[in-house]
Design a protein around this ligand. Structure first.
Ligand SMILES: NC(=O)c1ccc[n+]([C@@H]2O[C@H](COP(=O)([O-])OP(=O)(O)OC[C@H]3O[C@@H](n4cnc5c(N)ncnc54)[C@H](OP(=O)(O)O)[C@@H]3O)[C@@H](O)[C@H]2O)c1
Length: 243
């Protein structure tokens, strides 16, 4: 008998929003597979999931390594079974964000991580999701993909913006197989990611940002929506601080 497709695979799961999504999913009783490049961070999150009574499997990988992504998908199906959802949170930006200081190798690395990374993970799981007749895919994009944000960086802005049509294509082509996708666009989130900014924000600026847990809750909401509901796009931003 087919196992219920409750397993969630998260990339970028060792920190920030990926970690928060893993803990929220564990509270909802989903087994979670955790991917990222640093095994020790994944093991820490796996331990936190187990403390909550959940099942977790750390599957270290670099999302730009397509062979590793394919083997990881097979391993997760083998060890946890029922791979029914994806949260694609692995992302990259660089402090050099303007044409004047652009480095093409860096541009390619950002494209490989932010655009081809999600494509290759989705590609690895779609056939099985189609066979099963269901799947939910959450792409952690950015506010800068929803509204042009000049300081986000050329490569970052272009690659995150591309996730909008990618999501729409998935919904247009795959919803007939019960597969739905959400383009999730968070504004500023207080995470390690901010260390890649040209001016790293201090504690006061971070205090008025979203927390990774705010986004983790939003991801849980998308995953828990009934199968006939598609949340095409979800934009989340921090309230302006008081006067
Ligand atoms: N923080 C913000 O203000 C903000 C706002 C909007 C959108 N976002 C997006 O939100 C997502 C999550 O970021 P975050 O804020 O939670 O920051 P974060 O804690 O730095 O998370 C990024 C994660 O991506 C993983 N990662 C990076 N490159 C990878 C690769 N090649 N292969 C596998 N994993 C990789 C990192 O782990 P390893 O280094 O161990 O691989 C890390 O766990 C990113 O896609 C980011 O673009 C962030």
């Amino acid at each position: 008998m087919a196992r219920e497709a409750r397993t969630l695979w998260i990339t970028g799961a060792g920190s920030g929003m990926g970690r928060a999504a893993a803990l929220a999913a564990a509270r909802d009783g989903r087994p979670v597979a955790l991917s990222g490049r640093r095994p020790e961070k994944l093991e820490e999150v796996a331990e936190e999931v187990r403390t909550l009574g959940g099942a977790a499997l750390a599957v270290p990988l670099d999302v730009t390594d397509r062979a590793a992504v394919r083997s990881a998908a097979a391993r997760i199906e083998e060890e946890l079974g029922g791979l029914g959802a994806l949260v694609l949170s692995a992302g990259l930006n660089a402090p050099r964000r303007y044409w004047r200081d652009q480095d093409l190798d860096e541009f390619a690395a950002i494209t490989d991580t932010n655009l081809l990374g999600p494509v290759s993970v989705i590609d690895a799981v779609l056939p099985r999701m189609r066979e099963r007749g269901g799947g939910t895919i959450v792409l952690i994009s950015s506010y800068s993909a929803w509204r042009f944000s000049p300081d986000a960086g050329t490569a970052y802005s272009a690659t995150k913006t591309a996730l909008g049509p990618l999501t729409a294509m998935l919904n247009a082509q795959e919803s007939r197989y019960g597969i739905r996708a959400c383009h999730l666009c968070p504004g500023d989130v207080d995470s390690d990611f901010l260390d890649r900014r040209p001016q790293v924000p201090g504690p006061q600026e971070r205090a008025v940002m979203l927390s990774p847990e705010d986004v983790g809750r939003a991801v849980a909401f998308v995953l828990a929506s009934p199968p006939h509901v598609i949340i095409d796009e979800l934009v989340i931003s921090p309230a302006k601080p008081g006067p």
